[in-house]
Every structure is written in structure tokens, then in C-alpha cells.
Design a protein around this ligand. Structure first.
Ligand SMILES: CC(C)[C@H](C(=O)O)[C@@H](O)C(=O)O
Ligand code: SF4
Length: 473
């Protein structure tokens, strides 16, 4: 009998320890990732109960959220940040967990370093106390964000009780136009399906657009699955996946790698795989996309204007009004031409080397507008090093961008990088919630790194296709 299971269900079935009376399954977690914000209380729970970490070698720790990207001397100026740093250092030491500390050149944002080091592999179950864990699904793994008490459960038992989500295949076919990036695809899907559209689902991203994407682009899309409400997102492993992992320090080496690769490829959903739902989009309909509101679903193509309130369903209208008021925008206002104060390229969505290259390509030979404060924050120390080897730091600095050290930075501003007052920020990150970037009244426009760089130079939202040579040709 042919196996019509999709990848999600295959990987899930491979990790069921037992079915629980509650109707949930106890799932073995192959890889656990932790950072300084959501782990201290979890370790405390273990201590309170006299428990050990069951498989310390299956947990990898890094520091990212609270890391200052300018002055990194210890103790940090912020007492709470210093406390979190000391806690993770002490906990990893005491429980025997590898920590990528600030003085380790592998440190960076958790969802950047996992894939970069080859820790993230197809067919795995991966958990982390962080919502953007969905990023790792780009490799064909089940990767889910969990809460702090679940972090404690994984540390103590390497398992979690979980309910199996449904699986929706999100297919995008055709070819993306010049200047249209993975970020635009992610924002387009969320705009179409809504920020709650994925609740109860895992998203399988499939179709020619994802088939031809690099691993870094795939990570950008999977990263934002959670912003569409999905429990996780993934892409079936293929030769692109295998080639990316080969030779990375935590990946199997030699003959073991070839064997693993064969297994990884065998997990991919076949042509008769079954789904609970399927949606199909056309790449030609996607243009550079910009959010105008206070959730990632409130976006428009850069050539569009913001819709009128009554073009939305009745249930949505109050939210649309609230967003327009907070953002100080009008119905029918074009998004193009909106004046910005700050530009931020970075985060686990778009802080990889390919993102920095695209931003640099747009910035090269230009100057950041006088009224704009612009930051480039590599997602990891390795990304930073690579960028410096390629001379991208010089391009950015000559153009008037600040070149920073690796961390989450202004994505959520749990560190000194913050908006102030009503500042409006063009940002390559993933969340535009009220106050997300550090000032309760600060405002965020999400877009691709190339669009952020173009906005930094123009001082306002522009269409990157009109200011830079088309890419991908
Ligand atoms: C701090 C952390 C718990 C949080 C998350 O879960 O995602 C952060 O990474 C974010 O992006 O909002
Ligand atoms: S970069 Fe942003 S989204 Fe990613 S883990 Fe850090 S705070 Fe969360």
C-alpha cells in the first residue's frame, strides 16, 4: 500500500513515544534550543524538584534578545539583562549544556545559529521557548515554539504532550518578479489567510516558488508561519537542503552524511500525499509588500493604497480603524511616500548574509537620508564576519548606516536599540505590534531588507524596483 502521509505526519509518527489518555501524544523532542529570556524559570523549576536535564547534549543554548549591539562590556548597563546573562551562564554550566556565549564566535539569534551550525536537520522535532522556532521547519523538521513550563518539561524529560495539528498545503507557483523576495511571499500569504488563518494547522509551503528558493529564503518564509497563526511551517527537504547542511559542524560527516541525506529525502511528501486543506497562489500576483497596520496581516503591495474600512469584513472593521488611528494613516492613502524616521535590517526573519547582501546592493553608492537613523544588525557573529569579509560593512558605513554586533536588536528592543516616541520604522523584522520596537507609541512598517535599505536612502517608503537594478537576472 502506498504511503500517502505528508512529511509532517511522517515525522510526527516517528516521534510518538505513546498516546496519552488526554488524547494528546507524548512526542520525543530531538533537539532543544534555549535562550536567556525563557529559560531561567525553567531551570528553577528543575532545581525546585531536584531534577536533572535528561539529555544535556540535545540542548543548545545561545544569547540573543538582551545583547547590546554596541557596547558589550560586562556587567551590562541594564541590570535585568545582566541578570538574565548570568543566569543562563550559570544554568548551562551547572546542567552541562553547551552555551554559545558572547565570547563564542558561533553566538547569534537562536533561529540563525541552529541552521548555520548544522544543528537543524530534516526529520527532527525541534522545540524552543520562542515563537519563531517555526524557522527551522525550512529544513523539513517539525519545529515549534513552546512556553517556559514546556521548556522545563523538555529539559527534564526530552518529551512534550502535544495535539496533532491539521496540515494545510500552501502552494505558490510561477516565478517571483524582480525585487520580490521571500519576505514578500510570507507577507502575501498572511494577508490572504489572515493572522488567525493558520490556527490549528501546520503549513506545508510547496510549489515552484519554494522549490527554487535558497535555504535562507525558505527560512524567512517558515519564520513567519507563526505570524499567520500556524503552529509551525515547513518545506520538504530536497537537494538544496542537503547541499546546505553538508559540511556544517554539527551535521553528520562522511558516509554517515550520505546515509542521513538519503533518509531526509525519503521523508518528503509524495505526489499523492494527503492534506486537510490546500490553497494555491500565483507568484505573479505578489509585489514588494509593506505592512501599514499593527499586525503582520495588515499589508499592501507597494503600489497599492491602504484600503477603505468598509472594504473589510464587519468583524475586521474595528481592528482596521484602531490600526489606522495608531499608525496615523488615512483610508486610501498610498503606502509609497510615507516618511520614515528609522530603518532596521536584522532579526531572525531577515538577518542572514543574503539579506545583508541585498540591502548592501541597494545602499551602495548612496547616502541614508539626513533625518533617518539606520541600523544593520547581523543575525549572528558568523554572518557579521562573512559580511565583513565581503566588505559589506564598508558599503553600509559609507552610506551612513550603523554597523552593529549580532543580536535581536530592534526587532523587539529588549536591549538598548529602541524607537523613541512616535518614530516610524521601516523594519525587516516580523512583528509590527503596538510598541514592539521599544517605544509604546513607536510604529513599524514590515518589509524586505532591500525595501528597508531603499527607504533609508529615500527617507520614505519607495518601490525598490524603481530605485535599484532588478535582482535575480
Ligand atoms: C522573547 C521571546 C519569548 C519572544 C517570542 O517568543 O517570540 C521573542 O523572540 C519575540 O519575537 O517576540
Ligand atoms: S530576532 Fe526578533 S523574532 Fe527573532 S527571536 Fe529575536 S526577538 Fe524574536
Amino acid at each position: 500500500m502506498s504511503d500517502t502521509r505528508n512529511l509532517f505526519n511522517r515525522v510526527w509518527d516517528n516521534h510518538v513515544v505513546r498516546e496519552l489518555a488526554s488524547g494528546q501524544s507524548q512526542i520525543f523532542i530531538g533537539q532543544h534550543l534555549i535562550h536567556e529570556v525563557t529559560s531561567p524559570q525553567a531551570f528553577q523549576m528543575l532545581r525546585d524538584r531536584g531534577l536533572k536535564v535528561m539529555y544535556p547534549e540535545r540542548t543548545l543554548a545561545t544569547v540573543d534578545h538582551i545583547i547590546p549591539t554596541e557596547i558589550q562590556s560586562r556587567p551590562f548597563a541594564d541590570g535585568l539583562a545582566e541578570e538574565m546573562m548570568t543566569a543562563i551562564e550559570k544554568n548551562c554550566d551547572e546542567f552541562g549544556i553547551t552555551l554559545l556565549d558572547l565570547n563564542d564566535d558561533r553566538q547569534g539569534v537562536v533561529h540563525i545559529v541552529g541552521p548555520e551550525l548544522g544543528v537543524t536537520q530534516p526529520g527532527m522535532t525541534i522545540a524552543c521557548g520562542d515563537s519563531h522556532t517555526s524557522t527551522h521547519g525550512a529544513f523539513g523538521s517539525i519545529a515549534m515554539g513552546i512556553g517556559t513550563s514546556q521548556v522545563a518539561a523538555v529539559l527534564a524529560s526530552q518529551t512534550l504532550p502535544m495535539s496533532r495539528p491539521k496540515v494545510r498545503r500552501v502552494e505558490v507557483n510561477g516565478e517571483l518578479g524582480p525585487g520580490v523576495y521571500a519576505k514578500d511571499v510570507a507577507l502575501y500569504i498572511i494577508r490572504k489567510l489572515g493572522v488567525q488563518g493558520g490556527v490549528g494547522y501546520a503549513y506545508e509551503f510547496a510549489g515552484t516558488v519554494f522549490d527554487t528558493m535558497t535555504m535562507e529564503e525558505r527560512m524567512t518564509v517558515c519564520n513567519m508561519s507563526i505570524e499567520g497563526g500556524a503552529r509551525c511551517g515547513y518545506i520538504n527537504p530536497d537537494q538544496t537542503t542537503v547541499d546546505y547542511i553538508r559540511g556544517r559542524p554539527f551535521a553528520p560527516q562522511g558516509a554517515a552524511f550520505e546515509k542521513a541525506a538519503e533518509y531526509w529525502l525519503s521523508l518528503a511528501s509524495g505526489p499523492d500525499a494527503q492534506y486537510d486543506d490546500v490553497v494555491v497562489y500565483d507568484a505573479a500576483d505578489i509585489e514588494p509588500t509593506v505592512t501599514w497596520g499593527i499586525n503582520p496581516g495588515q499589508s499592501v503591495g507597494v503600489s497599492e493604497e491602504i484600503g477603505s474600512v468598509d472594504s473589510f469584513s464587519e468583524q475586521e472593521q474595528a481592528g482596521i480603524r484602531e490600526a489606522l488611528t495608531f499608525m496615523e494613516l488615512e483610508e486610501h492613502q498610498p503606502i509609497k511616500g510615507l516618511k520614515i524616521d528609522v530603518a532596521f535590517v536584522g532579526s531572525c526573519t531577515n538577518g542572514r548574509i543574503s539579506d545583508l547582501r541585498e540591502a548592501a546592493r541597494v545602499a551602495e553608492g548612496h547616502k541614508v537620508a539626513d533625518h533617518v537613523r539606520a541600523l544593520i544588525v547581523p543575525g549572528s557573529q558568523q554572518v557579521r564576519k562573512q559580511a565583513e569579509e565581503e566588505g559589506l560593512d564598508k558599503i553600509f558605513e559609507e552610506a551612513g548606516f550603523q554597523w552593529r554586533a549580532a543580536g535581536c536588536s530592534m526587532c523587539l528592543a529588549m536591549n538598548p536599540d529602541k524607537l523613541s516616541g512616535r518614530e516610524l520604522c521601516a523594519s525587516s523584522s516580523n512583528r509590527n505590534f503596538k510598541g514592539r520596537q521599544g517605544s509604546p507609541t513607536g510604529r513599524t512598517l514590515l518589509m524586505s531588507p532591500a525595501m528597508v535599505a531603499a527607504a533609508a536612502i529615500a527617507g520614505e517608503v519607495v518601490d525598490v524596483r524603481e530605485v535599484a537594478a532588478p535582482v535575480g537576472v
